[in-house]
Design a protein around this ligand. Structure first.
Ligand SMILES: NC(=O)c1ccc[n+]([C@@H]2O[C@H](COP(=O)([O-])OP(=O)(O)OC[C@H]3O[C@@H](n4cnc5c(N)ncnc54)[C@H](O)[C@@H]3O)[C@@H](O)[C@H]2O)c1
Length: 343
């Protein structure tokens, strides 16, 4: 385990509890932090030297939970020391760096997994299943809101800090993954922190559908909600409502075309509203990171891509980088690079 700050202890606890793993060492530049986490999981050797950890031939894999700007050098060093790697979101702080990490892992036949934690929650697994089974019909829109009083990060803006969650979820649940051609982004920094603290992303999806993400570090109310509208049903995921995280609405708009108006060469739409039942699927209570630890082991042992691969991390970075391009162009839609990101 490399990085024992805010998030690292959660990974350490789950790797320690996993039947698939022996937790060999906790490494942090801050020895006291590493020791505190080591003590909390029942005693594990600590180190302040990444080089020492990577030189240990008994270590097969590393989990990296250090700040985003350090992911690229630490991941490359770990891969070059022949370790499989799981790294926190965002995969890297630049798309080109992420692409280099993915290429390095591929060339060496090592697993590079992104910790897209939400993709292992019972709610997101259920959403993916419902969409794949055609329960919602064709997707018309996805609207994701993730707002809170958040920590203003030293190295990344609100897009790179929070939107990887929404984008990785969309990549996981949408049939064919998240592969929009363009993204339009608006960011705001009303406190003058030097980076966007409020952000909006809009991405056209196939067949005229649209995905929207709203992330915000300055909101006193916490909202974590995703609405997924389909031709058959609409699903609302409220992650802060454990009694009813998912609600499926058998409601929507039906559009029947009337006869063609030959004088204007247009068709008038006949709109009707379906007002059916609302249903809430039962979900198991399971910690997502236990699934993350199991998937990382499974990918290594079965020599396969993990469910949230380095490539999926790269697709997220492609959107984030294009979003920065859009903001430099006044919010105009900006093309998303697709090289090395197709499924
Ligand atoms: N998956 C999630 O839901 C989730 C939640 C929170 C944070 N994160 C991600 O986890 C990562 C870490 O975030 P955090 O909030 O825990 O940061 P943090 O600043 O609290 O902790 C980072 C730790 O890494 C250590 N560190 C830095 N460089 C190091 C190096 N070269 N070798 C060893 N240790 C080093 C620091 O000393 C610090 O203790 C970020 O990428 C963040 O986006 C993910």
């Amino acid at each position: 385990m490399i990085g024992a700050g805010y998030w690292g202890p959660n990974l350490a606890r789950n790797f320690r509890a996993s039947p698939d793993w022996d937790l060999s060492a906790i490494c942090d530049l801050d020895e006291e932090r590493a020791q505190r986490v080591a003590d909390s999981v029942g005693g594990v050797p600590v180190s302040t030297s990444l080089d020492d950890v990577l030189a240990d031939p008994s270590i097969d894999a590393v989990a990296i939970a250090t700040p985003a700007r350090t992911h690229h050098p630490i991941v490359l060093a770990a891969l070059r020391a022949d370790k499989h790697v799981i790294v926190e979101k965002p995969l890297a702080d630049e798309r080109a760096r992420g692409a280099e990490m993915v290429a390095e892992a591929r060339a060496r036949g090592l697993v590079l997994m992104a910790d897209h934690t939400y993709c292992y929650t019972p709610a997101v697994l259920k959403i993916r299943e419902l969409i794949a089974d055609g329960f919602l019909g064709d997707i018309l829109f996805v609207d994701s809101v993730r707002i809170n009083l958040g920590l203003i990060q030293p190295d990344v803006d609100v897009f790179w800090d929070l939107a990887p969650h929404d984008l990785s979820i969309m990549d996981f649940i949408l049939p064919g993954g998240l592969n929009p051609d363009t993204v339009a982004a608006h960011g705001a920094d009303p406190l003058g922190t030097g980076k966007s603290c409020i952000g909006y992303l809009a991405m056209p999806l196939p067949s005229g559908a649209i995905a929207h993400v709203h992330v915000n570090w300055l909101s006193p109310t916490k909202i974590r909600q995703m609405v997924i509208g389909g031709t058959k049903r609409t699903l609302v995921w409220d992650d802060l409502n454990p009694q009813q995280r998912l609600s499926v609405y058998d409601r929507g708009v039906d559009l029947a075309l009337q006869s063609k108006d030959t004088s204007t060469d247009t068709r008038a739409a006949n709109i009707s509203y379906r007002l059916g039942d609302t249903w809430s699927p039962a979900l198991p209570e399971r910690e997502a990171l236990a699934g993350v630890a199991a998937e990382f082991a499974g990918a290594i042992l079965e020599r396969r891509e993990p469910r949230t691969s380095g490539e999926s991390g790269l697709r997220v970075l492609s959107v984030l980088e294009a979003a920065a391009g859009s903001m430099q162009n006044g919010g105009a839609p900006f093309p998303i690079a697709t090289q090395l990101t197709q499924r």
